[in-house]
Design a binder for this molecule. Structure first.
Ligand SMILES: C[S@@+](CC[C@H](N)C(=O)[O-])C[C@H]1O[C@@H](n2cnc3c(N)ncnc32)[C@H](O)[C@@H]1O
Length: 199
């Protein structure tokens, strides 16, 4: 297994099994489809980027600007990561997506849907959040101190209107709800706000 790591302005390829680190140039890397905040699953055909060491490319996406060239990507996928940034950081995240997308390129987003959580709390549609108890609402709202990994804590929640506003602030066009995609987690799709937008 190898991991791409960006340190002091330079990409390195780390070969875990052999403890080897070799310099790499960004022109060696295929940035056309990037999975931002990929978690532990490295999807084939995508550049899988996460702060976790098990990701194919190890990058802290709260360090702006990201170490990706302007207009390098045709498709971006960002599932359940935007809520791990506060409102300002989330806007900065979306502006970086805008910078690295080619004109006409797409961003597919998934975040927990705040409207679904409010409805479930009021007693309608509780099945959509099955598996989570109301004590877990603190986790979704970012206030759960049981979550000790700072990268796993939520910092902001989006309604449909809130996410549309942020995407248009960041310069996106063609903002609309989308259908589930092969990369969407089946576990979370029932309470996800799925949206796509274009540069
Ligand atoms: C809820 S998981 C979602 C994983 C995957 N995208 C999915 O939908 O199953 C959130 C992911 O965002 C990553 N993450 C949070 N903050 C990050 C940051 N600043 N830079 C890179 N990754 C981050 C976490 O490490 C975690 O893997």
């Amino acid at each position: 297994m190898h991991t791409m790591v960006y340190q002091e302005g330079q990409w390195y390829m780390e070969m875990e099994s052999q403890d080897i680190k070799t310099e790499s140039s960004s022109s060696d890397i295929d940035f056309s489809r990037i999975n931002l905040g990929s978690g532990n699953t490295n999807f084939k055909g995508w550049l899988n980027v996460d702060v976790t060491r098990s990701a194919q490319m190890h990058v802290d996406l709260s360090d702006f600007p990201w170490p990706f060239p302007d207009e390098c990507a045709d498709e971006l996928f960002a599932s359940h990561i935007l809520e791990h940034f506060n409102k300002e950081g989330g806007l900065r995240f979306l502006e970086e997506c805008q910078r690295i997308l080619k004109p006409g390129g797409s961003l597919r987003l998934a975040v927990p849907d705040l409207d679904i959580f409010i409805n479930a709390m009021q007693g309608t549609e509780p099945e959509k959040v099955s598996g989570y108890r109301w004590t877990d609402l603190n986790h979704f709202m970012g206030g759960d101190a049981r979550e000790t990994n700072p990268y796993q804590r939520h910092k902001y929640m989006y309604t449909d209107g809130g996410l549309i506003h942020q995407l248009s602030q960041a310069g996106f066009d063609g903002i609309r709800r989308r259908e589930p995609h092969a990369l969407d987690s089946k576990q979370w799709v029932s309470f996800s706000l799925l949206m796509e937008a274009y540069k």
